[in-house]
Design a protein around this ligand. Structure first.
Ligand code: URP
Ligand code: ZN
Ligand code: ZN
Ligand code: ZN
Length: 468
């Protein structure tokens, strides 16, 4: 259990009473998948949001705690330097509470030996990639990570796409001179995700090391996950609003416009795919709903034009478009406003489960007297919420577009509190929180993701292998 800081609510005197007037009151949002201030890893371009602007955007959409990435590059040997550098970027800059997942780009012997220290420093999760030249691990490296992560009670997040399939498809498209943003979708076919998901599940099962498959987008991948879960294998899964609301048609826009919806995995074929992902949220296949906030500017170069658009590639070249979209501020409102999730399920997916999965519960993701921080979202009662069309200018990130432009928003948090302080009051001042109020949280091991067996994995003289 994450310890509650001294001086809890029972010692405090209320300075203000807020009448929720019948609106939902729930724990603040916990976003378990956020990229801020990262170097170019996913195409041409660096993150548009730093810790200040990204966490500002978060709090204005009701998210009070985030876990972002400390990215280790392939060329780096150590994880601890990466962690320190990321901590320095975040320190004194955040509007909300935060922690980091280590993004392991090079599981060197040294890096693996540092898992123990990570754990002691309250870093209890990491992410690995099966694609992207800059980050891709081979299956042996994945086993190295899974084995050591299991030993140290660290949860491994997996980006499951088969990089070789993507590279092969990219070459096929280039041969045919097909470069527009929509071909990003073609270059990341469902089979790349489905195959890698199945492989990740098998490797996880082999090591009995729990994993969370991030940003799941295909019905086939969801089916593999569900089947593994039904066999008792500790497989957890995440999806994101982009796989609930966007489809191929959002990529298929004239000129470079489709670049606004380029992410990996890409938005899938049709609404029927989105429906299956919605079903997976309701039926428990997905443990968490995160934003995968990974923002880049559309007009990203010094002239306010697009870096990817050149004389050679007048509509850009899909392979250079940085993968990722902004969504930390819209995650909660889009999901609740769609009216497709039971409200308790909504809280579980967007707050309680991410807190449990990443060792933050019950400090976060709950409202338990004496145990939880007073991180609270208060929503409008139905008669007071006026729906509106989303415009990017309403948002608080440092991005010049939102992929959800023009959507009808039926919900938005009315008040948000972080550790008892009103940090968002939509009708009276909007953002009231302050940069630097957000603090680093030392996390415990996951209270959800646990191995099935006791003991350590080994190979024995009689030729058998498994757990001692
Ligand atoms: O397109 C995406 N998802 N960009 C962010 C990087 C990642 O793999 O999560
Ligand atoms: Zn990813
Ligand atoms: Zn991501
Ligand atoms: Zn790509």
């Amino acid at each position: 259990m994450v310890k509650t800081p001294k001086g809890d609510l029972r010692d405090a005197k209320a300075t203000r009473t807020i009448d929720a007037e019948g609106g939902y009151v729930m724990p603040g949002g916990v976003d378990g998948h956020v990229h801020l201030q990262e170097p170019p890893l996913f195409g041409k371009g660096s993150s548009a949001d730093n810790y200040e602007t990204g966490s500002r955007s978060a709090v204005c959409g009701g998210t009070t705690c985030m876990v972002s990435f400390a990215p280790q590059k392939k060329s780096e040997d150590t994880l601890l330097d990466t962690l320190r550098a990321t901590y320095e970027r975040a320190r004194d800059n955040c509007y909300i509470d935060y922690s980091f997942h280590l993004l392991v780009g090079n599981p060197s012997e040294r890096a693996l030996s540092e898992f123990k220290t990570l754990r002691e420093e309250g870093i209890t999760s990491l992410k690995i990639y099966m694609t992207y030249e800059a980050l891709k691990l081979n299956d042996g490296q994945i086993l190295d990570v899974l084995l050591e992560a299991r030993k140290q009670k660290i949860t491994t997040m997996v980006h499951a796409e088969n990089g070789e399939v993507i590279d092969w498809m990219t070459k096929q498209l280039e041969k045919r001179k097909l470069y527009a943003p929509k071909y990003h979708g073609t270059s990341h076919p469902p089979v790349a995700e489905t195959e890698a998901t199945y492989r990740a599940i098998q490797l996880s099962d082999f090591m009995d090391s729990p994993i969370l498959i991030v940003h799941v987008s295909t019905p086939e991948a969801a089916a593999h996950i569900r089947s593994a879960q039904s066999r008792g294998i500790p497989i957890y899964a995440e999806t994101c609003p982009q796989y609930l609301f966007l489809t191929r048609s959002d990529l298929d826009k004239p000129g470079f416009e489709g670049a606004k919806c380029v992410c990996s995995p890409p938005p899938r074929e049709s609404e029927a795919d989105c429906d299956v992902i919605w079903d997976g949220l309701s039926n428990g296949t997905f443990t968490i709903l995160s934003s995968d906030h990974c923002p880049f500017r559309y007009n990203d170069n010094v002239n306010g034009k697009q870096t990817c658009v050149t004389d050679e590639y007048p509509v850009g070249h899909f392979k250079y478009i940085p993968n990722g979209i902004a969504g930390i501020e819209t995650r909660l409102s889009l999901a609740l406003g769609a009216d497709r999730l039971d409200v308790k399920k909504f809280v579980e997916l967007t707050s309680t489960n991410p807190a449990k999965l990443y060792g933050l519960h019950p400090l976060k993701g709950a409202l338990v007297e004496g145990q939880s921080d007073a991180d609270i979202n208060i929503w409008y009662p139905p008669e007071k919420m006026q729906e509106f069309q989303l415009k990017n200018e309403m948002l608080h990130h440092n991005v010049d577009y939102t992929p959800f432009e023009g959507r009808t928003m039926k919900q938005w948090p009315r008040y948000t509190l972080l550790r008892g302080k009103v940090v968002w009051d939509r009708d009276n001042g909007g953002l009231l929180g302050e940069k630097g109020y957000g603090k680093f949280i030392k996390r415990e091991a996951s209270s959800l993701a646990k191995p099935r067996h006791e003991g350590e994995w080994g190979i024995f003289e009689d030729g058998s292998f498994g757990f001692s």
